[in-house]
Design a protein around this ligand. Structure first.
Ligand SMILES: [Zn+2]
Length: 313
C-alpha cells in the first residue's frame, strides 16, 4: 500500500515538473515576442542565436523590403529617419501577414500608402492595413472599379479621413533626402494593369523601380515619354509577377538593374514567372530572386551602393 502511494506521488511530481517546464517555455516565448530587446539581450550573450525577423540597417541607410505575400505584391520602404512607404498590400488573406511583418519592423505609421492599381492582388489587404495602422496619405490612380474590395477600401480611407493624392506622371514625392518619381502610366487606357503607377525611388546614387502590373504597352508609352536613363535602377520589382506580357527586352535594357525581384505565389495557377521573362533576365545577365522561392527580400542602400540583406547570400 505504502509502495503504491509513493509511486503515485512520484507520478504526480513528474506531472507537475512537465507542466512547470511547459509553462516556463510558453512564458519565455511570450517574453521574447513581446518584450522589446529580449532577443537582442539573448543574442548578446548567446551569439549563436540570431535576432529574428526585425531587419536592422546601419544609421543613415535606407531599407527596401519586398514581402513574400503569395500571388500579389507588397513592398515596404523605410527611410533612415523612420519615414515609411508601403506599396500595395497583396490579397485580402495576406493582410494579417503584412501587419505582422510591419510589426516586426516596428512600423506603426505609414507616411505614404501607394496603391498601384485596384486589382485584388494589390489592394486586397489594404483595408486591414488602413484600419489597423495610421496612414499619412494614400496615393492611387483615378481609375475606379465596382468590386466590393475596392469599395470597402474607399470606405476605410473615408472613415479615417486619410487624404488621397491621385498620382500623375512626373509627380515627385519627396521623402526627406530621397525622391520618388512617378513615371507611369504615361497614357490613359481601360486596361487596369497598364494603369499601374510606376515609380522610381532615388536615394543618393542608388535607385529602385516599382512597376506594379505594368505590361508591355505601358512600358512602351513610358519609354516614348522619358529617356531610357529615367528608368535606370539598381533593383527592379519585375512587372506583373513575371508575366511574359511585361518586361520587354527594351524596357529591362533601359532599367539595366543589378537585381530583379519577382513577387509571385508558389505553384500559382498563372505559371508566373513565365519562361520568356526569365530568359530576358538571363540574356541580360541580371540576378533575379523570386519571393516564392526565397521568401522576403530586403535591400539596404547607403546612397552609394545597394546591398542585399535577405536572403543572406
Ligand atoms: Zn498583380
Amino acid at each position: 500500500m505504502a509502495k503504491k502511494k509513493s509511486r503515485n506521488r512520484k507520478k504526480k511530481l513528474k506531472g507537475i515538473r512537465i507542466l512547470s517546464a511547459l509553462i516556463l517555455i510558453i512564458c519565455a516565448a511570450i517574453a521574447l515576442k513581446t518584450i522589446p530587446g529580449a532577443w537582442a539581450f539573448l543574442s548578446k550573450y548567446l551569439p549563436f542565436i540570431e535576432e529574428p525577423r526585425q531587419i536592422t540597417v546601419p544609421d543613415g541607410d535606407m531599407a527596401v523590403h519586398f514581402l513574400d505575400v503569395g500571388q500579389g505584391d507588397c513592398s515596404l520602404i523605410v527611410m533612415p529617419n523612420g519615414r515609411t512607404v508601403l506599396i500595395d498590400a497583396s490579397v485580402k488573406d495576406e493582410g494579417k501577414n503584412i501587419l505582422e511583418y510591419l510589426s516586426y519592423q516596428k512600423v506603426t505609421h505609414i507616411d505614404y500608402f501607394i496603391l498601384t492599381h485596384p486589382h485584388a492582388d494589390h489592394i486586397g489587404g489594404a483595408r486591414e492595413v488602413i484600419e489597423t495602422l495610421s496612414v499619412g496619405k494614400v496615393v492611387m490612380t483615378d481609375i475606379e472599379t465596382d468590386t466590393a474590395t475596392f469599395e470597402n477600401l474607399l470606405l476605410a480611407i473615408d472613415k479615417k479621413n486619410i487624404p488621397v493624392h491621385i498620382a500623375k506622371v512626373g509627380d515627385i514625392i519627396k521623402l526627406d533626402n530621397a525622391n520618388m518619381k512617378v513615371l507611369g502610366p504615361a497614357e490613359k487606357t481601360d486596361d487596369l494593369n497598364n494603369m499601374s503607377i510606376v515609380l522610381r525611388l532615388d536615394y543618393g546614387k542608388t535607385s529602385f523601380l516599382f512597376t506594379g502590373d505594368a505590361e508591355e504597352p505601358s512600358e512602351k508609352d513610358m519609354l516614348e515619354k522619358f529617356s531610357p536613363n529615367e528608368f535606370r535602377a539598381d533593383v527592379i520589382k519585375i512587372g506583373h509577377h513575371g508575366a511574359k506580357t511585361s518586361s520587354s527586352l527594351d524596357f529591362i535594357t533601359a532599367v539595366s538593374p543589378q537585381y530583379a525581384v519577382i513577387s509571385c505565389g508558389k505553384d500559382n495557377s498563372y505559371g508566373h514567372p513565365h519562361t520568356e521573362t526569365i530568359n530576358t533576365l538571363n540574356k541580360l545577365g541580371i540576378k533575379y530572386y523570386r519571393t516564392d522561392e526565397v521568401g522576403n527580400l530586403v535591400f539596404s542602400s547607403d546612397g552609394e551602393k545597394v546591398k542585399l540583406l535577405r536572403p543572406i547570400a
